[in-house]
Every structure is written in structure tokens, then in C-alpha cells.
Write a protein that binds this ligand. Structure first.
Ligand code: FE2
Length: 670
């Protein structure tokens, strides 16, 4: 007889343990062990939360190299389901080899579950019959569990599930995340002490009242925003380092529908637009996606959402100053172009309309569509098409954590018929659907890859642009890691081309995420290793850094409502000289709309105690030495970047922290 020492690690998640009788069968290249009951000295406590328990499985002779294990938990009491979350199983063979079997999922029934040994295997090198069989069975099951659904025509497809609890257990929130999350408007309102005024449909009587209401739960940045929101330099700064750094672009030719002339913006005559454009000092933000939308009706009142154009001038002292704002796309007498030289409230009102347009553009396009919905597409395609033993699964599955559930909740609680955005955002309802559709048709592969995106927007040498500085470094670090891992598994382009699972993953993304539009530039298939590396880098960057850049600061920049109004309820001035503090107060959202917006951005910026930060892989899916070493290098690089960002931030009035690896989560989970 020969002995195999089997060590079972039960996860330390809440309720991960089981009192089930656990049986195991080892499958090797030369034979199979008997189905063996894992009965140890600890008895029924062998599989409690966090337990590590060893057992002996004896075979008459060696069964060769281990391929997989079959594991099953029989309930102590019939019909009593006792869910179990094993982390991994380690087996020491009589030859002295150690085999690692990653599991990291809930086992919720008494059926036989097969898990492959941790060495990554592409489909064309998986030659063992039972190995191949279990690979196909796993994908067959997953295709039943993870199905595509069209949520809204013209937008990325999503995971078919009516309720978060319908999702497979393996992708649901942990108990900790569920209890902390409390994703309801009431939670946010009470945490911010706003419940008492959440039914008031009145105007804000004065700025002082608004100030006092907004004073609880201040973050340092929110406090800064509250003090400086009216300043032009800060207005311009937010296009670079606020929560929407995705719209600003260098302007070399004025759009035909924005007839700004030199004498309008350079009164002293020392500059000309042509010269400044030539020098690369003029920038444009164009919210044309918001043009012509049917705005919401809130508290029985028609709302207003503009599609502004903003011209900015980089001054010799490196400030990004707004020099002209036109609130509607079509030039007309009743669509004046506003300037900093206009009356205080004309200019401030124009800026408030821009910030409100930005709330809607940011939430729907930049945040929801370009990070949440795309991350879900990458995840569903991975889960349907790529088995656990595949290197791509091992690399990407940590970057899918909680995404399906958070998106399910976002669809139900934010953008459904009764959702908070639908009820309280200017674009709520039909407008929101139009923005999402227009947004997808504007997404290109290049715009998802920060080095290409920055180059295409002409922003390579804009000073004080921390989103770009940190984002490019982060991209480089992720790229180096992904390249190392994928070059280890794919020695040449031919191996990429013949990996049918990899090819189905990308073709499903092309079809269901980008609706088979070749104009997006999204690959339909992979031809080279380099193409694969770039795409996977983009996936990890989008799910981690990009989401953090557009998510983490929502309360910082949106908690003070006038800086980021969810809607506005008075038409913009059609003539100059008609505004005052009073018209501004009547333009800002009602009290209930304001506090609903504040509580939502607060909830959406809150981190959970079970967050997993970028580059941390507590689930050890890889067994091969090389990816484990590359993971350590990756973590080291991220630490260095974090230190660089920290040192830089020490010298800034407004620190830019959203791309600090210490605050970036691995996945879109909030
Ligand atoms: Fe988010």
C-alpha cells in the first residue's frame, strides 16, 4: 500500500464550514483511488471555518501524476443542506510531490464536484481523458448558469438573473459584504443625518442652509470642494483630476457650432485663439452626447439638462481656466456664450449647468457603461467560456469579484423604473436610455486603453494631470505583469490562435459587449500574443484602476451638491444679466432631490471591510512558480507606485489618491 496525505483547507469566510461527511477520490495518470471518507482526529470539526485538516488516502500502488480530485459532501442529516466553502486541497504523493487543487467556491449540494490540479493547462495540451471530460462538463454547466440577456437594446448584454439571490453562489457577495452594504437610500440618508428632510420638495432657501446640511461626514476633499467650487481654476482642474477625467481634449480647430472669437476671450489682445491653439494651450469639453434629450420630471416639475461646450485655456502658470461656455449645441441668439467677464451669477450659473451635465455624463457613460457594464461582459464571457484550469481564468477571475451582483443591484436600485437615478437625475427615464446607447456607440478600444486615449485626446504634456500620470504608470505595471504571465503560457502566436477557449472568450465579448461593431476596434479574435496581452491589460485596468478613478471620489466631488447637481429645475438664462443668487437657488434641485443625490454618491463611495486591493490574490489559483513570482513582482511595483503617489500628494493642495494602488480594488465591486 502507498499513502497520499490529503490536506483540506476550509475558507475563513463567515459560515464557510460544514459538518458534512466529506469523501474524496484521487484521479492520477496511472489509476484512481477508492472513494475515501475523510475522517480525522478532529471529527466533525475537521471542516470548520478556517480549518486545515489532514487525512490519509491509501492505494495499493501509486496512481501516477495527479490530474484531478472528486469531492463530495454528504449531509449528516438527510435533506439538510450544509453549504461548504473549501479553499483548496493539497495532496502529498508517496513520491514526495505536492499537488495543489484550488477550489474557492461554495459547494451547496451532495453531488460529485471535480477540481483540476493547479498547473494551468490550455485546451490543446489537456490530453487526459477524464481531464478533458471534466473540462467540458464544467463549461457545459457554466453555460447553463451564466446566460446573456439584453437589458436595453443598443447597450452591452448582461448576466441573466432577476434578483441577486438568483446568481450562482460563487459570484454572490460574502456575508460580510452583504451586511455592510445596506444598499438602500434610507441607509445613506440616515448616515448623513438627512432623513428628516428627505421628503421636502421645497427650494433651498439660502446657501447657508445648504452649507449646514452638507457639513456632516465631510471628507478633506469635500471640504475643499465646498470652499472652492466657484473658482474658475478649480472648475478647470476637475476636468483633469475630478471624477470625470475622460472628456477634456486638446482643441486645434474650434467646432463649427461654437463660434468663439479672439475679442470675446482675449480682451487685452495679447493672445489669439489661433496662436494659442497652435501652441497647444486650448482645450475643449463637448457634452454633445446629451443633446436633444427629453429631461426628467421631478416633483411635478420639468427638469433641464444641457449639452454644453466649454473652451479652456492653459495659462502660463499652468492653470486650466475656462474661457467660454455655450450651454446648447446649436448657436442662436437665445443661446449666449458665457465668459468669466460676465456678471458673477451669469458665469456661475453657466458653470453649474456644465457640472450638472457632467453628473449625468459621468454616471451613465464614464462610470456605469465604461466600467461596470463592460466589466460584467468580461466576467460573464470568462465564466461561460474559460474553465478553472485555464491560465486566463486564473489570471482574471480575481478581477470579476462581486461585479455581477453589484451590477444586478445597480440595475434594480439605480436605473430601473423606480431607481434613484431614474427618479432624481435630470436624464432619468428615456434620456438615460438614450445616453447609454449613444455612449456605447462612442466607445472604442483605443479609448479604453489609457496610453492610446491620452494620445488621441492630445493630453500627453498637460501639466498637473495626475489621472494621466498615475494611470499611465499603473497601466505599465499591469501590462508588465500580464505580459510576464501570458508569455510564460503562450510561447508563440500559433498557440494563441489554436486556443479555442481564448478565442471564444474574445468573440463573445465582441458580440455581447460591443454588439459586433467592427468600428469599435475591439478584436473579434486574437492573432498574436501581443494582442492578447494588450486586451487582458485593458480588462484588468478597466476593472481596477479605471473604476477606482471614476468611482472612489464620487462623494468627495459630488457630496457638495452645487458642484455636481444631479439635475436642475429652471431653464438656463437665454439672455445675459437676468441671474442672481435667488435664480441660482431656484435652479438648484429641490431639497429631497439634493439629499437623495448626496446619499447615493455617499453609498457609492463607501468601501467594504472585505475589499481586496489591486494585486492581492488571497485565492491561490496559480500553482506554477513563474506566475507566483510575477505576482510578487507586481505587488512590489504597485507598492513603489503607491509611495511615489503619496510623496507627490504631500505637496498638493488637493491630493489625487484615486489611482493609488492602496485604494484600488481588484474588481468592480461598488
Ligand atoms: Fe462603481
Amino acid at each position: 500500500m502507498v499513502d497520499y496525505i490529503v490536506t483540506v483547507y476550509t475558507s475563513d469566510l463567515a459560515f464557510a464550514g460544514t459538518f458534512n461527511n466529506v469523501h474524496i477520490k484521487l484521479v492520477g495518470t496511472d489509476g484512481v483511488s477508492n472513494r475515501t471518507w475523510l475522517l480525522g482526529l478532529k471529527g466533525p470539526l475537521s471542516f470548520y471555518k478556517g480549518a486545515v485538516s489532514s487525512f490519509t488516502v491509501s492505494c495499493p500502488v501509486s496512481i501516477g501524476k495527479l490530474i484531478l480530485i472528486e469531492i463530495e459532501g454528504q449531509p449528516l442529516i438527510t435533506f439538510f443542506t450544509d453549504n461548504w466553502f473549501p479553499a483548496k486541497v493539497e495532496v502529498k504523493s508517496p513520491e514526495g510531490d505536492t499537488y495543489n487543487f484550488p477550489i474557492y467556491r461554495w459547494l451547496t449540494n451532495s453531488e460529485v464536484h471535480r477540481f483540476r490540479e493547479g498547473t494551468a493547462l490550455r485546451v490543446f495540451e489537456d490530453t487526459h481523458d477524464l481531464g478533458k471530460y471534466s473540462r467540458n462538463e464544467e463549461l457545459k454547466e457554466r453555460k447553463e448558469d451564466y446566460c446573456w440577456k439584453e437589458y436595453l437594446e443598443g447597450t452591452p448584454h448582461c448576466m441573466k438573473s432577476e434578483d441577486p439571490l438568483d446568481l450562482p453562489d460563487e459570484v454572490q457577495f460574502s456575508f460580510t459584504k452583504t451586511t455592510e452594504f445596506g444598499y438602500t437610500a434610507a441607509t445613506g440618508l440616515s448616515a448623513l443625518g438627512l432623513s428628516g428632510i428627505s421628503d421636502s420638495t421645497e427650494n433651498w432657501p439660502d446657501m447657508d442652509t445648504l452649507n449646514r446640511v452638507s457639513c456632516c461626514k465631510l471628507t478633506d476633499i469635500l471640504e475643499y470642494v465646498q470652499k472652492h467650487w466657484k473658482e474658475d481654476a478649480f472648475f478647470g482642474y476637475q476636468f483633469l483630476n475630478g471624477i470625470n477625467p475622460m472628456l477634456i481634449q486638446r482643441c486645434s480647430v474650434l467646432p463649427n457650432n461654437f463660434p468663439v472669437t479672439d475679442d470675446m476671450v482675449f480682451l487685452s489682445g495679447q493672445h489669439s485663439l489661433a496662436d494659442e491653439m497652435e501652441k497647444g494651450n486650448i482645450f475643449l469639453c463637448d457634452y454633445k452626447r446629451l443633446d436633444g434629450l427629453i429631461p426628467n420630471i421631478i416633483n411635478g416639475m420639468k427638469q433641464y439638462l444641457m449639452a454644453p461646450l466649454i473652451l479652456l485655456h492653459k495659462t502660463p502658470d499652468d492653470q486650466m481656466m475656462p474661457i467660454a461656455i455655450q450651454l446648447k449645441q446649436t448657436p442662436a441668439d437665445d443661446n449666449p456664450i458665457f465668459f468669466p467677464t460676465d456678471s458673477e451669477y451669469d458665469w456661475l450659473t453657466a458653470k453649474i449647468f456644465v457640472r450638472s451635465a457632467d453628473f449625468n455624463e459621468h454616471q451613465l457613460n464614464v462610470h456605469l457603461l465604461r466600467t461596470h457594464l463592460l466589466a460584467e461582459v468580461f466576467a460573464v464571457s470568462l465564466l461561460r467560456n474559460v474553465p478553472m484550469v485555464h491560465p486566463l481564468y486564473k489570471l482574471l477571475v480575481p478581477h470579476t469579484r462581486y461585479t455581477l451582483q453589484i451590477n444586478n443591484l445597480a440595475r434594480g436600485l439605480l436605473i430601473s423604473k423606480t431607481g434613484i437615478f431614474t427618479k432624481f437625475a435630470a436624464s432619468g427615464g428615456e434620456g438615460m436610455k438614450t445616453i447609454l446607447k449613444r455612449s456605447l456607440s462612442s466607445v472604442t478600444y483605443r479609448s479604453l486603453c489609457i496610453p492610446d486615449d491620452i494620445a488621441d485626446r492630445g493630453l500627453e504634456d498637460v501639466p498637473n494631470f495626475y489621472y494621466r500620470d498615475d494611470g499611465l504608470q499603473l497601466w505599465e505595471i499591469i501590462h508588465r505583469f500580464v505580459q510576464g504571465v501570458l508569455n510564460f503560457y503562450y510561447k508563440n502566436d500559433d498557440e494563441v490562435q489554436k486556443d479555442t477557449e481564448l478565442q471564444t472568450w474574445i468573440s463573445d465579448i465582441f458580440e455581447h459587449g460591443f454588439l459586433s461593431q467592427p468600428s469599435t476596434g475591439i478584436p473579434e479574435s486574437f492573432t498574436t500574443v501581443a494582442e492578447l496581452v494588450k486586451f487582458v491589460t485593458m480588462v484588468i485596468f478597466t476593472c481596477s484602476g479605471q473604476h477606482s478613478a471614476v468611482n472612489t471620489g464620487q462623494f468627495d466631488y459630488g457630496g457638495w451638491m452645487p458642484n455636481n447637481p444631479v439635475t436642475l429645475k429652471r431653464a438656463p438664462p437665454i439672455k445675459k444679466g437676468t441671474t442672481s443668487e435667488n435664480t441660482m437657488l431656484r435652479t438648484l434641485p429641490d431639497i429631497n432631490t439634493t439629499v437623495q443625490g448626496m446619499s447615493t454618491v455617499w453609498l457609492l463611495s463607501r468601501q467594504s471591510t472585505d475589499s481586496v486591493y489591486l494585486g492581492q490574490y488571497p485565492e491561490e489559483h496559480f500553482s506554477d512558480k513563474m506566475p507566483c513570482k510575477l505576482t510578487k513582482d507586481f505587488q512590489g511595483d504597485l507598492q513603489v507606485l503607491s509611495a511615489i503617489i503619496n510623496a507627490r500628494n504631500n505637496n498638493l493642495k488637493v491630493p489625487y489618491t484615486y489611482l493609488d494602488p492602496k485604494v484600488i480594488e481588484n474588481s468592480v465591486s461598488l
